[in-house]
Write a protein that binds this ligand. Structure first.
Ligand SMILES: Nc1ncnc2c1ncn2[C@@H]1O[C@H](COP(=O)(O)OP(=O)(O)O)[C@@H](O)[C@H]1O
Ligand SMILES: [Mg+2]
Length: 235
């Protein structure tokens, strides 16, 4: 960052339009709009639930998810290749550091080195040690690769954070296990020859509690997505 930091806190949606380098993801139903922006030579990413969708998406879901992501990212601060929170210009949007990278899902015929998976496992264990779980690593586009071949992680909107609510402590062990399984899934897809017997077994294993937790989550998410999408202009 330069000596005079850009005023990320004061960003309006119109500023974001002007500063956009690339729209990384369009807003859609419950999903935020994600844009890479540049201000005074500094790069950042804006994740905004206020674009498209309903009043519910902006004021309730967006505010909840943006706040949860900001809390998780602040807890993770200092872990390399996890973006720092720069600002929360609106209750439903956050500005985070831009990480120069490519989503692993965009890699074509490219093998990921064993060191990549070792570094990713260490990163995920660091996150867990800080009293949380990522919660959405199964979506492989949340795992990025830097130009140096190192892993980077984004999208902490589904993070489970110890102490956030009484259910979090109950869910945490299952979501942590889910995070670890997601790494095995990634390995299976990109470098299956690196899978150990333990990892193969982990890919098959799901406890009854986890199966039920996932069912309940799916049951809750369906109406939430519908509410978020109604009356929405899709930009
Ligand atoms: N800080 C960042 N630096 C670089 N790219 C990012 C960053 N945050 C997100 N992205 C890119 O934008 C995509 C969508 O962002 P994400 O936070 O995963 O939103 P969604 O909740 O819609 O999945 C990611 O898959 C990644 O490719
Ligand atoms: Mg994502």
């Amino acid at each position: 960052m330069s000596a005079v930091e850009p005023h990320w806190e004061r960003l309006t949606p119109a500023d974001v339009d002007d500063l956009t380098v690339e729209v990384l993801r369009r807003a859609w139903r419950a999903r935020p709009e994600v844009r890479h922006i540049r201000l005074q030579g500094e790069e950042a990413v804006v994740k905004d639930y206020g674009r498209g969708g309903s009043f519910f998406k902006r004021w309730i879901l967006g505010t909840f998810l943006a706040r949860r992501e900001a809390t998780a990212l602040r807890r993770a601060e200092g872990i390399p290749n996890i973006p720092r929170v720069l600002a929360t210009p609106q209750p439903w949007s956050i500005v985070i550091e831009y990480v120069e990278s490519t989503p692993v899902t965009a890699l074509r015929n490219q093998e990921l080195a064993p060191e990549f998976f070792e570094a990713l496992s260490r990163m995920v264990e660091c996150i867990h040690q800080r009293g949380m779980a990522h919660g959405d690593l199964e979506k492989l586009d949340n795992v990025l690769v830097t130009p140096e071949g190192e892993p980077a992680l984004v999208d902490f909107a589904a993070a489970i954070i110890a102490g956030a609510n009484p259910l979090a402590a109950l869910a945490l062990p299952y979501i942590r296990e889910n995070d670890r399984r997601a790494i095995c899934k990634l390995k299976q897809k990109f470098a299956p020859e690196l899978l150990t017997d333990d990892e193969r077994e982990r890919l098959q294993r799901r406890s009854t509690a986890e199966v039920w937790f996932r069912r309940v989550r799916k049951y809750i998410r369906r109406p939430v997505k519908t509410l978020a999408g109604v009356n929405g202009d899709r930009d």
